[in-house]
Design a protein around this ligand. Structure first.
Ligand SMILES: [Zn+2]
Length: 257
């Protein structure tokens, strides 16, 4: 992990400098903490029933924070149906429009609802800044239309599960520049650590599994593959503030005060 930490420190220093250049010293708090993480904000489909004008206004104020890297998790969850499906669909559409307005990518939570989600995405248009399918754990048939639409695909622990040949088969089809790992923390701990609470460090096992899936099992191949995963995550999620975020940065200060 030491190499990873050194690289992270380097990136964070670069990010802090970019933020200072963008906003000027006066726009930053007196002692700005270097953001150790980026975050995403959005209304999860479980909570769609609570999404109203006030929630949308609060979400917009959050999205204006330049540390926000994406709008998510948004989508549809027909497994739990914690919100009525019509409401989930409506809130999903509204947030896709926000993503377009804000110039942010979206991270999608889809459960037993891929067909409806795909139809809505086609109807509203896939957000130009990118669409990430989070924690994909299904087969290549489900994945195909999303791949064709240019989506980024993140795999978590399920790709490592012994019985998950169909997930690994699907992973193999993802273009190398659109492949990511993730935790889905605290759930979905990868092999061989199942039973533990999942945390960010566990992604090394998921990444190792994907390297195997792609035949990059050792040496320079493996190093290049893992480096690629790292770059993909940064390209999609560690981006400079969007024009919309820059134009609305003042509302961040209001939201904080
Ligand atoms: Zn989720």
């Amino acid at each position: 992990m030491d190499g990873w930490r050194a690289q992270a420190a380097e990136r964070l220093a670069a990010y802090a400098q970019a933020a200072a250049e963008t906003y000027g010293a006066a726009a930053l708090p007196a002692n700005p903490a270097v953001p150790a993480v980026r975050f995403i904000a959005g209304c999860h489909p479980h909570n769609a029933k609570d999404y109203d004008e006030a929630a949308e206004a609060a979400l917009l104020a959050r999205l204006a924070d330049p540390r926000v890297a994406a709008l998510g998790e948004i989508g549809l969850d027909y497994h739990y149906d914690f919100s009525p499906r019509d409401v989930q669909k409506d809130v999903f559409r509204r947030q896709l429009r926000l993503a377009r307005e804000c110039g942010l990518p979206v991270s999608l939570h889809l459960r037993e609802a891929h067909d409806d989600a795909y139809r809505i995405l086609c109807d509203e248009g896939f957000p130009p800044a990118g669409t990430l399918l989070h924690c994909f754990n299904l087969d290549k048939q489900v994945l195909a239309p999303f791949l064709e639409a240019g989506c980024f695909i993140a795999f978590g622990g399920p790709v490592t599960f012994k019985a998950a040949d169909e997930v690994r088969e699907a992973a193999r089809l993802v273009p190398l520049d659109r492949l990511l790992t993730e935790t889905d923390s605290p759930y979905m701990t990868p092999e061989p650590m199942r039973g533990m609470i999942c945390g960010p460090a566990h992604t090394v096992f998921t990444a190792a599994c994907l390297a195997e899936v792609f035949g990059c099992v050792s040496g320079a191949d493996r190093e290049a593959f893992l480096g690629r995963l790292w770059e993909n995550a940064h390209d999609l999620l560690d981006r400079r503030p969007t024009a919309w975020q820059l134009a609305h940065a003042t509302s961040v200060d209001e939201a904080r005060s």
